[in-house]
Every structure is written in structure tokens, then in C-alpha cells.
Design a binder for this molecule. Sequence first.
Ligand code: C5P
Length: 228
Amino acid sequence: PRHIALVPAAGSGSRFGAQMPKQYLPLAGQPLIRHALATLCAHPRIDRVVVALAPEDLYWQGFDWTALGPKLMPVHCGGASRAASVRNGLWEIAGWARPEDWVLVHDAARPCLSAAMLDTLIDTLADDPVGGLLAQKVADTLKRADGADRVEATVPRDAMWQAQTPQMFRLARLADALDRCPDVTDEASAIEAAGLRPRLVAAGAANLKVTWPEDMKLAELILQTQGT
Ligand code: C5P
């Protein structure tokens, strides 16, 4: 089967609070989204890189993407939620891919994805009947709050992981799962709701998601140490 990357990039970045959607903010001299796209496009085992842009996106065309090569495929198919953007992207992909092809959904807002992380994910899941995702074991002690910011309980953290991306599932199964379960915050949740157990593939804290302004500095430092 082929490996097709799908990058939802139709968010407005409202939590970040900048003028421009955060995926286009400058990070280490490039728009944030370009880091992950460059890693995906350069990876020999990734066949195509589909980017789900907001229908009204005006920023994409302002940059020159030719250096990333012919795998890159921008589509103005974003929806009102991340899951809707992914679902619309899968519709596009279904027009030319096979049901058993793997789709790797990766957040535009995770710039520090590395080739090594992709290799680990693809190798670990190659023969997996379900698919899975990069994730990291929780390091901090977890508290559940009541409605007034007081601790109601301490949640045992031993079995807790933080979900990252890419999340890698077969095209037809993922599309079907998202059809039945459109209000999820990641792809694995939809697969779980279908009664399956996605595999957690350990990745490090370097694969962070840029959500708040202070995440940019950290991402820049990580990119520097990765030498990209
Ligand atoms: O907002 P958050 O950081 O959780 O977004 C995760 C990813 O989903 C980002 O890459 C964002 O651009 C994308 N997204 C999208 N369509 C939306 C909302 C978010 O493609 N409507």
C-alpha cells in the first residue's frame, strides 16, 4: 500500500491570538507549516502530501512551494472543525487512492516532525491490523478539577499517554469511522468508537504542537538541534 500524508491546515489559530493563522507565522525563517511539509515531502516512503486549506485561505498562494517538489497537493477543502477538514481531505484522496492505502494525518501545527519519527511509525504499524499514532507517556501528575479550579481527584498517570500526530490508518476504515463519528478531536478517537484499539507508538516531547505563543520559541530551539 501507499503512504499518503494529509495535513489539516484550515484552523484559524484563535487560541494563539495572532493576526495570521498560526500555520503561516514565521518560525526559524519559514512559515510554520512548511517545516512539517518539507519533512513529509522529502521522506522516501511518503508518496503524496495533501494539504487541507480553508476555502477562503489567502496565505498559501503568497509563498513559493516549488522547492518541496511534486508530492505536494494543496486542496481548499477545509471544514468547520479539524475532523471536518480531515474528512473532506479523505474524500479528495479517495478519488485517486486505494481503500487499503495508509493515510498519515499530521497537524500543520507540529513543525518538529522528523524523518526518524516517520520511520518509527511506519515500521511499527506496517503489519498492524488497526493502525495507530505517535504519542508520549504523561510525565506530570494529573489532577482533575471541579468547576472552581479545585482538585477533585488525582488521576493515576501510569496508563496515560498524550496523543500526537501523525495518526496512521487505512483510508477506507478511517473515512468510515469519521463518517460515523464526526465530532472527534483526533482520528484515533473515531477508530476507537468503531471498537478498535489503535497502537500507541512512543515519540518524544520534541513532536510538540504549537498552540500558545510561548511554544514558538521551544519549537525553534528543537528545530535548531535537529539541524533543519
Ligand atoms: O487548533 P488545533 O491546534 O487543535 O488544530 C490542529 C490542526 O487542525 C491544525 O493543523 C489546524 O490548522 C487544523 N484545523 C483544520 N480545520 C479546522 C480547525 C483546525 O484543518 N477547522
